[in-house]
Design a protein around this ligand. Structure first.
Ligand code: NAI
Length: 353
C-alpha cells in the first residue's frame, strides 16, 4: 500500500478540553495501527482563553488560513470564566464553523451498553440529530437602540436562505436513506410565521426526491416531549440552528451524561476541513483534576476516522469504548471511579491486537 498521511489540527482549547483530546489522540493512534494505508499526523495549536488574555484574540488573524491545509480539525472545548462566553465562542468556534462552511452539525446519540439513561424506559435509543450550523437564528444581524433608557430595544434577525435550508434538509434525507429511512423535521411554524413555513415548504419539496424516506414535520415543543417519551420512534431529526441545538442536547442527556456525546461539524463538499469535538464544554469545576470523561472526545475521534474514509477503524473505536463502559469501567460522572487516564488505558487496551 501507499500510505496516506492524514494531517489533523488539534485545538485542545480550555479547561478539560486538552485533557480529553489527548485521550482521544492516544486512542486514534492505536486504532489506525492495523490500517497500513493510513497514517495520522497531529499538530497542536495553543488557542483559546489563555491565548486571548495574552494576545487579545482567541486565535491568530491567519488561523483559518493555517487550518485550511489540514484534513480534519479535532477540538476539545472553548470557554473559560475569565473571558465572556460570547467573546470566546465568536472568536474561535463560530469563525471556524462559518469560515469553513461546516453547514452540517451532526449529533449522533446512542445509549451505549453499561450506561444508564435518566429515562425510566428508554427503549432502544439510536438516532442522529442534523442541525443547521451556519445561519438561522444564530445570525449577528440586528442591534440595540436607546441603550440604558426605558425605551431600550433589542432586535436580532433570523436568516433562512433557500440554499441554506435546502442543503441541510437534503443532507438529512440522505442520512435517513442510509439508516432506517425515517426523517422528522423540527418546525415551529405555528408561532414563527414567516421563516418556519419557508423551512417546512423546502422540507417537503426536497422530500419529493426521496420517496423511500418516510418524512414528517413536527413542532419542536411536541417533538421535545416525544423525544423523551418515545425516543425509539426516531431515526434522523433535522432542525434549524437553534431548534437543532436544543433538541440535540435533550437527546444527548437522555443517553446518560454530557461527557459521552460527540459532534461533527461537516463541510460535506470537502472544500474545507471538517471539525470534530465532544459536545460538552470546558467544565471549569473539574478541570485539571484528571477526572474528566473522555468518552465524548473518543467518540468524536471515531466520527473523524469515518469522515476520513476509515470506517473499520472508526467502528473499532466505538466498540472498544462501548465494551469498556459495558464492563463497568467508568469515570466519576457515570458513578465510577476511573480517572481520565485509567479509562483511556482501558479503551486503548481493547484496541491492541
Ligand atoms: P460544561 O459542559 O463545561 O459543564 C457542565 C457540567 O457537566 C459541569 O458540571 C461539568 O463538570 C460536567 N461535565 C462536562 N463535561 C464533562 C466530562 N467530559 N466529564 C465529566 N463531567 C463533565 O458546560 P458549562 O459549565 O455550561 O460551560 C463551561 C464553559 O464551556 C463555558 O465557557 C461555555 O461557554 C463553554 N462551552 C463550550 C462548548 C464548546 O466548546 N463546544 C460547549 C459548551 C460549553
Amino acid at each position: 500500500y501507499d500510505s496516506v498521511v492524514a494531517r489533523i489540527a488539534v485545538i485542545g482549547g480550555d479547561g478539560i478540553g486538552p485533557e480529553v483530546v489527548e485521550a482521544g489522540i492516544r486512542v486514534l493512534e492505536v486504532a489506525v495501527r492495523p490500517e497500513p494505508s493510513l497514517e495520522l499526523e497531529f499538530e497542536r495549536f495553543p488557542w483559546g482563553c489563555e491565548y486571548y488574555l495574552e494576545q487579545g484574540r482567541m486565535m491568530p488573524k491567519d488561523a483559518l488560513e493555517t487550518l485550511s491545509g489540514f484534513d480534519a480539525l479535532y477540538l476539545g472545548a472553548v470557554g473559560w470564566p475569565s473571558v465572556p462566553d460570547h467573546v470566546s465562542l465568536w472568536g474561535l468556534l463560530l469563525p471556524i464553523r462559518r469560515g469553513f462552511d461546516q453547514y452540517v452539525n451532526l449529533r449522533p446519540v446512542r445509549l451505549l451498553r453499561g450506561v444508564q439513561s435518566p429515562l425510566a424506559e428508554p427503549g432502544k435509543l439510536d438516532l442522529v440529530v442534523v442541525r443547521e450550523n451556519t445561519e438561522g437564528e444564530y445570525s449577528d444581524a440586528g442591534g440595540r437602540l436607546h441603550r440604558g433608557t426605558p425605551h431600550e430595544i433589542a432586535v436580532q434577525e433570523t436568516v433562512f436562505t433557500r440554499r441554506g435550508v435546502e442543503r441541510i434538509v437534503r443532507y438529512a434525507y440522505e442520512e435517513a436513506k442510509k439508516r432506517r429511512g425515517l426523517l422528522t423535521g423540527a418546525t415551529k411554524s405555528n408561532g414563527i410565521s414567516i421563516t418556519m413555513p419557508f423551512f417546512d415548504e423546502i422540507f417537503r419539496e426536497v422530500g419529493e426526491e426521496f420517496p423511500e424516506v418516510e418524512a414528517s414535520l413536527m413542532h419542536a415543543d411536541a417533538l421535545a416531549a416525544r423525544l423523551v417519551l418515545a425516543p425509539e420512534a426516531f431515526d434522523v431529526v433535522v432542525g434549524s440552528n437553534l431548534l437543532g441545538d436544543i433538541l440535540s442536547e435533550i437527546t444527548a442527556a437522555a443517553c446518560g451524561a454530557i461527557g459521552i456525546a460527540p459532534s461533527a461539524n461537516l463541510n460535506p463538499t470537502g472544500e474545507h476541513p471538517s471539525l470534530f469535538e465532544p459536545i460538552h464544554g470546558s467544565a471549569p469545576d473539574i478541570a485539571g483534576k484528571g477526572v474528566a470523561n473522555p468518552s465524548g472526545a473518543i467518540w468524536a475521534a471515531s466520527l473523524m476516522l469515518e469522515h476520513l474514509g476509515h470506517e473499520a477503524a472508526a467502528a473499532r473505536v466505538l466498540v472498544a469504548l462501548e465494551e469498556t463502559l459495558a464492563e463497568g469501567v467508568k469515570t466519576r460522572d457515570l458513578g465510577g471511579e476511573a480517572g481520565t487516564e485509567e479509562f483511556t488505558d482501558e479503551v486503548v487496551r481493547r484496541l491492541l491486537p
